[in-house]
Design a protein around this ligand. Structure first.
Ligand code: ATR
Length: 276
């Protein structure tokens, strides 16, 4: 039996074992996926132990997507640019690192991509990095405004990605953003505001920065409808929650490990039944 796991802390609410074990079962594969919760002070020791184990693949999640990098033997070009990985595949004795978060983020946007010229990105933490890299792949996108509570973090993120694209990148705090009176085709929340167990306010009213066709995308999937998405829906805007991204990043990791996509019945289950 092939063994896979997710490494992170905490992992209590992770959907990944459910997703991957369902996918293995639906394809009749002899494989199992488990959770390995590692406390921060034990990280290095535990990862060394895992390097000598029989696990053949991992997902890596918060807060270790950067800290794991020194332990991999090879890193994909995308993971290098993003500066974080979420997938490890064991090839021979070596660990190869990949990032599939950015592909997962782009998939639900495919049908809107030709009309996205201006994007507002909220947040400049770990999650924003994969999203920023993904945005550089939207063919019609011309301008990204990056807004964060801590302006310095937004500037650092913008500087990380300026060399990779032809887009105009602008940095702003929330107050100046509203004064700019700009309207965006896509608004993405990558902050933890609205996440269960975190601050339950709203960073900004979508109508202040949206037009009637704006897509509002929140990476959070717990809850499926954040206050931001509820407010956007009330204004008649198109919304995307974090569940499709979670499922697509998982399927991309699965392809790296097994060379196969999810079975159709796995997708149906994940998209239609899992949310309930
Ligand atoms: P992650 O890896 O999940 O992105 P993170 O690196 O801690 O986590 O980043 C969290 C993001 O949410 C940051 O953009 C953070 O803003 P700061 O850079 O100013 O810390 C943002 N965030 C968290 N709580 C917030 C709040 N109450 N108001 C505004 N932004 C908040």
């Amino acid at each position: 039996m092939q063994r896979f796991a997710i490494i992170g802390y905490p992992l209590k609410h992770s959907f990944s074992p459910l997703i991957h074990n369902r996918a293995f079962a639906d394809l009749n594969m002899d494989a199992h996926y488990e959770k390995i919760e590692i406390a921060p002070e034990e990280f290095e020791r535990e990862v060394e132990r895992l390097k000598n184990s029989d696990f053949v693949g991992f997902n890596v999640t918060i807060p270790y997507k950067e800290r794991i990098i020194p332990f991999v033997d090879q890193l994909s070009a995308e993971a290098v640019k993003i500066g974080a990985l979420n997938t490890v595949k064991k090839i021979g004795k070596e660990w190869h690192g990949f990032n599939t978060d950015w592909i997962g983020f782009l998939k639900p946007l495919e049908k809107f991509s030709s009309s996205i010229k201006r994007c507002l990105l909220l947040g400049a933490g770990g999650a924003a990095r994969g999203v920023f890299f993904a945005l550089l792949h939207l063919p019609e996108l011309q301008r990204i405004v990056l807004s964060n509570r801590t302006l310095k973090r937004a500037e650092e993120l913008a500087n990380q990605f300026r060399p990779f694209g032809q887009k105009t990148i602008c940095v702003s705090d929330f107050e100046s953003l509203l004064n700019m009176n700009e309207r965006f085709d896509l608004i993405v929340n990558t902050t933890s505001v609205g996440m269960s167990g975190h601050n339950q306010t709203i960073l900004l009213e979508p109508e202040r920065v949206a037009h009637s066709k704006t897509v509002v995308y929140d990476l959070i999937y717990n809850p499926l409808k954040t206050i931001l998405l509820k407010r956007a829906e009330e204004r008649g805007l198109t919304t995307i929650n974090g569940l499709p991204m979670l499922i697509y990043q998982a399927e991309e990791a699965f392809k790296i490990w097994t060379g196969r996509g999810f079975a159709e019945k796995t997708r149906t289950y994940l998209f239609d039944e899992l949310p309930g």
